[in-house]
Each structure stands twice: as structure tokens, then as C-alpha cells.
Design a protein around this ligand. Structure first.
Ligand SMILES: [Zn+2]
Length: 159
């Protein structure tokens, strides 16, 4: 169980939207916040929790537009995605007090992207030795918080 929950970088590969043909990032753009784990909606971009997180609070930030090429981002989208990342880092700092963050784009299947036709940025909160640390402090071998509760906390802490 621990292995499955705490080494899940590649689990995104098996992530499948509810509708086999639908893009989960586009579905998040239309659906209910709680159901789709949307933390924040901007004008042309949105923030949601990764359903298969590396750690509590693993966020995805995507343009609302279904575009698969990083170079197709408009200036406004590029700016908004990064502004949302900035706010996301602050909300995570306030909520979970991580010791560091990884922010990045996985472009293309070989680079680790699970969804290749809708570009998105990852925000991963990090703790020293985090794959061992979190289960210890949580006292359990599963993610310490349910995703719905994590979503609620981060939305409430959004700057
Ligand atoms: Zn999409």
C-alpha cells in the first residue's frame, strides 16, 4: 500500500477521465469544484488537485484552453498560470508548511506527462525525506488527508 501511494509519479499514466474520450482538465473547467477537485478558477486558467498525488497538496495548474503545445500559450495564459502557481505555493505553505517545492512542466509522454494534449504545470510540495516522513507523522500508511478535505483547506487558504 505504501509503495502504491507514495511512489506514484507514474500513476498519472493510468489516470483515466470519467469519460474515456474526455480530457479531465477540460471536465474540471466545467464541473463542480468539489467533484473535480478544483481549488481555484482564474479567467483563463485553473488549479486543481492531482487525483494521484505525489504528496498532500500536489496541484496541477492548467490553461482553460485545451492546448497540447507549450508554445501555444498566449502571454495572458502563461502569466496567469504562473501567477496561480505563485498563489498555490502560498496556499500550500500556509496549509501544509512544506520545506520546499518542485514546480514544472512535463511535456510529452517520455517526459512524464500523463495527459499530453492539455499542457499543465505541477506544483509538488516537498519535505526532507518525504516518502518516509509523511507516513510517520501521519501515523498511517495512506495519504494523511482525503483529497476533498485538502481541496477545501487550500481553497480557504488561497491568498
Ligand atoms: Zn483539455
Amino acid at each position: 500500500m505504501t509503495q502504491q501511494l507514495w511512489a506514484p509519479w507514474r500513476l498519472e499514466y493510468v489516470q483515466r477521465p470519467d469519460d474515456e474520450n474526455a480530457c479531465f482538465l477540460c471536465l474540471a473547467g466545467e464541473g463542480d469544484d468539489e467533484e473535480r477537485l478544483v481549488v481555484r478558477r482564474g479567467r483563463g486558467a485553473l488549479v486543481l488537485l492531482n487525483k494521484f498525488p505525489y504528496a498532500s497538496g500536489h496541484l496541477l495548474v492548467a490553461p482553460s484552453r485545451h492546448i497540447g503545445s507549450f508554445g501555444e500559450l498566449s502571454d495572458e495564459e502563461a502569466l496567469e498560470v504562473h501567477r496561480l502557481c505563485s498563489s498555490g505555493v502560498r496556499a500550500l505553505a500556509e496549509t501544509f508548511a512544506p520545506q520546499g517545492f518542485n514546480l514544472g512542466w512535463n511535456l510529452g509522454r517520455v517526459a512524464g506527462a500523463g495527459v499530453v494534449d492539455h499542457v499543465h504545470m505541477h506544483i509538488d510540495p516537498r519535505w526532507a525525506g518525504d516518502t518516509n516522513f509523511m507516513p510517520v507523522v501521519a501515523g498511517v500508511k495512506v495519504l494523511p488527508e482525503h483529497l476533498v478535505e485538502t481541496r477545501r483547506k487550500l481553497a480557504a487558504a488561497w491568498p
